[in-house]
Design a protein. Structure first.
Length: 375
């Protein structure tokens, strides 16, 4: 499976002073990023290509990653490129316990490590990832460096424009900058044919959101994050997921406020939920540890029915600031954090988790349908 004798050593250096030694996988270069994790047994290609993970080093807690390779990517074809949430890897790097260096699955395009090497993404194998996940869970705002043997931080790979603003010896904190220009589409695009037209504000949208909307009979217009909304004709609006601090998104909150003055359905997902919350008058705060993984339990209010969800976020809505015209819709079962809000009279709703989760639990996919039924 793996010949460790042929692999260089690599160090994971954390901002809390801890260091872990393992073996280099993927591209031979140093990178830094925010430390996050994923508990899924599969779906590594979806996670690594999810724009929400930009600027982050992703730790996979499952013991073996890469065993079914990477599915075929059809250039910018979100409908048929299953296993991908964008056209490229967005993570800074990955940490795994073991990686499978070949793949035999019928749907595999290339092995995982070859994909990483071609896209200049490094990683480390041979680290106790479950212990590392516990460290991330128990440490406030943890950042890291992947440093291959013989590499220097001066030779760090800076794949995305915002990374040029960081010094070579500095831990990368993606929340310091407005990441929307990096992850959003540069031009307006229309997909599908239907009388139901949804405008998707691209804050780093996952392709599976677009797939689900088209599959459920919608025409979608994918628009850049900084579009003048008055130039868009739509029956409803979806504010997508994405990376970073929702308060660091230019004038997007102000433009969403104008949508909330109207009566057309609006749905926010993940970052989109935080944007809508800010636009409604609520306040956002940074979480001590963040919500990560495929197994975050939430309760719908007031029924107290439980759902399992997929999440990756560092910011949350302050429940004491939810506006009087809005109500708490979902609540985290572990820490009682806000997981969704809903307008009391208008067709506006938002959720912190991913109802379109791919991979991940599909317990809340009905939320997409509920939104479409309001169009």
């Amino acid at each position: 499976m793996i010949n460790n004798l042929k692999r260089k050593k690599a160090i994971l250096e954390l901002s809390n002073g801890m260091k872990f030694e393992g073996k280099l996988i993927g591209y031979d270069a140093a990178v830094s990023g925010e430390m996050v994790f994923n508990t899924g047994m599969l779906g590594y290609s979806e996670s690594m290509s999810d724009p929400s993970y930009i600027g982050q080093i992703l730790v996979f807690s499952f013991c073996l990653i890469g065993n079914y390779g990477v599915p075929k990517l059809i250039s910018n074809d979100f409908i048929n490129s299953f296993g991908h949430e964008s056209s490229s890897i967005k993570t800074q790097g990955i940490i795994v316990s073991e990686i499978f260096d070949e793949s035999y699955h019928y749907g595999s395009m290339i092995p995982l490590e070859q994909w990483m090497t071609e896209q200049k993404v490094p990683g480390i194998m041979g680290i106790d990832t479950r212990y590392l996940v516990q460290t991330i869970r128990n440490t406030r705002n943890l950042f890291g460096w992947i440093i291959p043997e013989g590499a220097k931080k001066e030779n760090v790979i800076k794949k995305f424009p915002f990374l040029e603003k960081f010094k070579n010896d500095e831990y990368v904190d993606p929340s310091k900058f407005n990441l929307m220009p990096t992850v959003s589409t540069k031009e307006r695009k229309v997909f599908g044919k239907s009388k139901k037209r949804v405008a998707v504000v691209d804050c780093g949208v996952k392709w599976n959101i677009l797939r689900m909307l088209v599959d459920k009979g919608c025409q979608i217009e994918l628009i850049p994050w900084d579009t003048d909304f008055s130039t868009v004709e739509a029956d409803g609006w979806l504010i997508s997921n994405g990376p970073g601090d929702p308060r660091n998104t230019g004038d997007l909150v102000e433009r969403v406020k104008k949508l909330l003055d109207g009566n057309k359905p609006v749905l926010g997902i993940c970052l989109g939920h935080q944007i809508i919350s800010l636009a409604s008058g609520a306040k956002i705060k940074k979480m001590p540890y963040g919500h990560r993984s495929h197994n975050q339990p939430v309760f719908i209010i007031p029924e107290q029915k439980a759902f399992m969800t997929s999440q990756n976020h560092s910011y949350t809505v302050d429940p004491s600031t939810i506006a009087k015209d809005w109500s708490l819709w979902f609540e985290n079962a572990n820490d009682k954090g806000v997981e969704g809000i809903k307008h009391k009279t208008k067709p506006f709703m938002s959720v912190q988790f991913h109802p379109e989760a791919s991979s991940g639990p599909n317990d809340t996919a009905w939320i997409i349908s509920e939104f479409i039924n309001k169009l």
